[in-house]
Design a protein around this ligand. Structure first.
Ligand code: FES
Length: 103
């Protein structure tokens, strides 16, 4: 889900990369911090908590809170510890399992 974002990109014309978030293509700055780039693109909810289903998004942006967890190639990782690379396919962790869809 994309929303209006209060975050802005700092560089005027950085090289671009296509990143897929939950099946939606996003045009992000190549090499940027993945969590920050997703926030700037309007992605606010990165995951839902397993217990209550409450939405979570990046909070600390330094690897401490784990609220930025996403799934890339079947591995759950902290988005704030990754850089934008062209062709990344990012999903919200474990959401395919929760929906009953084949994993
Ligand atoms: S935003 Fe806190 S660990 Fe990534």
């Amino acid at each position: 889900m994309k929303t209006a974002s209060p975050f802005l990109e700092l560089e005027a014309a950085p090289a671009r990369a296509t990143v897929w978030f939950d099946g939606e293509p996003l045009d992000l700055p190549q090499g940027a911090n993945l969590a920050a780039a997703l926030l700037a693109a309007g992605v606010a909810v990165f995951r839902h908590t397993p217990a209550s289903g409450a939405p979570r998004g990046p909070f600390c942006l330094m690897g401490a809170c784990f609220d930025c967890l996403v799934e890339i190639d079947g591995v759950v990782r902290q988005a704030c510890m990754l850089e934008v690379e062209d062709g990344l396919r990012v999903t919200r962790p474990h959401e395919a399992e929760d929906s009953g869809a084949p994993v």
